[in-house]
Design a protein around this ligand. Sequence first.
Ligand SMILES: O=C(NCCNC(=O)c1cc(-c2ccc(F)cc2)cc(O)c1O)c1cc(O)ncn1
Ligand SMILES: [Mg+2]
Length: 214
Amino acid sequence: TRTSKPKRILAYVEKHAVPGDAESVVNAIDAYCSRVEWAMNVGSDKGKILDRVVSETDPDTVLELGTYCGYSTVRIGRLLRPEARLVTIEMNPDNAKIAKQIIALAGLNSKIEMLVGSSSDLIPQLKKKLDMKTLDLVFLDHWKIFYLPDTRCLEETGLLHKGTVLLADNVVCPGTPEYLKYIRNSSRYRSEYFPSRLEYLQVEDGLEKSVFLG
Ligand SMILES: O=C(NCCNC(=O)c1cc(-c2ccc(F)cc2)cc(O)c1O)c1cc(O)ncn1
Ligand SMILES: [Mg+2]
């Protein structure tokens, strides 16, 4: 069947990355998306901020909302300790299929579990499905209108603990106004904005880091 952008990204990664070398997978996707065709990966500028937050948090359990091709999944997974676990939720089954192959090529299958479906359906199941005690880090990068309802759901399902870090992509572009308004005005979070650039472009964007205070 006709190729899709995720399929073209996978083909490029298969050709240019070193199997088992997660860093080379990240670099291959960045090379393709900066030279050939733009794609909605968090990218290398915001990716460096993501790397710093992941390293400082040193999480045992991570939830990613919005896998797409698995760029940030691999970017986060490559920094996790062997016993740490990352669950990533992707709504689009075609994207999930590509992401699974990219995650496998990066050699990160043992740390990463992908769930395909809507975050609002799957978050309530996380607690029992994966014996998830609580989450140390949540990376929000799916549909921007879902950031707030899914954060409320995470609170209500008891998946957040004192110190859980929420890191939200695209709070400027495309923008997540309702989420920002809630999280910056809530006494249950301490938030900080990290200004950056939209992936592969000169447009402003940034990440919002919010620590749950319990
Ligand atoms: O997660 C689902 N889509 C990707 C979300 N991500 C984005 O939309 C996204 C968009 C942009 C972007 C920025 C500027 C621009 F001009 C166009 C797009 C950048 C990013 O960094 C993103 O992350 C999804 C959930 C669902 O329920 N059904 C189907 N798809
Ligand atoms: Mg994004």
